[in-house]
Design a protein around this ligand. Sequence first.
Ligand SMILES: Cc1cc2nc3c(=O)[nH]c(=O)nc-3n(C[C@H](O)[C@H](O)[C@H](O)COP(=O)(O)OP(=O)(O)OC[C@H]3O[C@@H](n4cnc5c(N)ncnc54)[C@H](O)[C@@H]3O)c2cc1C
Length: 407
Amino acid sequence: MDFEPIAGTEELRKEFEDFFKEVMKDAPPGWENSPDDLATDEGWAFHRRVARELGKRGWLSLAWPKKYGGLGKSIFEQLTFNEVRAYYRAPGVDGFGMAMVAPTLLAMGTEEQREEFLPPIARGEVTWAQLWSEPEAGSDLANVQTMAVRDGDYYILNGQKVWTTGAHNADWAFAVVRTSKELTRSRGLSFLLFDLKSPGVEIRPLPTMSSHSRKVEAYFNEVFLDDVRVLVKNRVGEENQGWAITRATMNFERSGLAGLGGIRHSLDELIDFCKETRWRGKPLSEDPLIRYRLAEIAVGITAGQATARHVLWGQHRVEMGEAPAMEMVPRASSMKYYQTELDQRFVYLGCQIMGLYGQLKRESKWAPMAGKFERLYQSAPGPNIYAGSTEIQKNLVAWIGLGLPRT
Ligand SMILES: Cc1cc2nc3c(=O)[nH]c(=O)nc-3n(C[C@H](O)[C@H](O)[C@H](O)COP(=O)(O)OP(=O)(O)OC[C@H]3O[C@@H](n4cnc5c(N)ncnc54)[C@H](O)[C@@H]3O)c2cc1C
């Protein structure tokens, strides 16, 4: 991979930094850009405001072709945007729309679908939800049971989805459903797009331990589908061949570029805390064990950033039709596994450095760093599970990346 063009994006990086520094002055207190931050009315309104601003600037679609509302910039300019936004933990990007639906339609959608769905994503006007998991289909996603039965120009959907992030705030869904009872498992699935305000859609909140800890509304949901009518023209790919689309979309989701910037920002804050906080007469920053462990995280971030560039490069080649989607699998899985594990190690380290005080919530006047690491700790397990658990990513690297037998 050629890293050279990154040097030419410094001016743009400064523009992004100036924008996000200014925008984040209006962030609600304690903002981490986590699902629980977005679960509050104030947090959601902040996200929507930033989304519209980014849309006006064309920054949600930097590397897309101009005819779909993109700016036609390079993948390196897109990468710079992702890194800077992640560092400032800024909202405004609907990850499902921008990182999953858009690349999927660019690579595999019809011209009509691209023209209909891409411009609203670019303008920051629409929010998407991922309706894939079901009570009996998580890691084993090919076991999806939600049925879509053809009725003229429509499919009629019946079934239940679970763990749907942000469905209560979303406008549209991309779903994996069963379109054949005869074809088993992944052979009988299709990939559909539909309006979440359609009659027959019921969304119920699903609280998690982090939402309880912060007394916020749940950000995850169960979605029940009862005779929901979906236009056949909103199917991506052929009927019963939705698994190939799902696999490609998964890999766009697993590229995981945003997370590393957030870890970097929190690491900088933890370093400042260690410089300012004295323990047994000395700053924490002079403790050899703490220094080593902070250094380990910094090395981990640097290695991750290089891998993230490699993944983005691969993703761009798939979007442009220059590489098969399969090529992305081991790279995206490695990145997803690596970044979420690094994040979890970092959050545990933060809590350990704080000692027993690290368990105090932000309401306590004794909570170090305003209870930041307590909050991060509560939400850290989720990323190791969603978008395919760590075990599933390792299985994929072993099978597709290393050529070991499939299990
Ligand atoms: C916070 C959060 C947000 C989510 N958001 C969404 C969303 O927006 N949309 C959506 O569709 N889904 C979402 N999910 C669902 C997520 O994709 C599933 O939870 C995930 O795929 C795991 O499936 P499961 O929960 O059924 O667990 P299971 O598949 O039952 O897995 C249980 C355990 O067994 C392990 N395991 C399973 N199979 C294997 C295997 N073959 N080899 C080794 N180990 C294995 C897993 O690693 C895990 O540790 C979300 C989940 C969480 C936690």
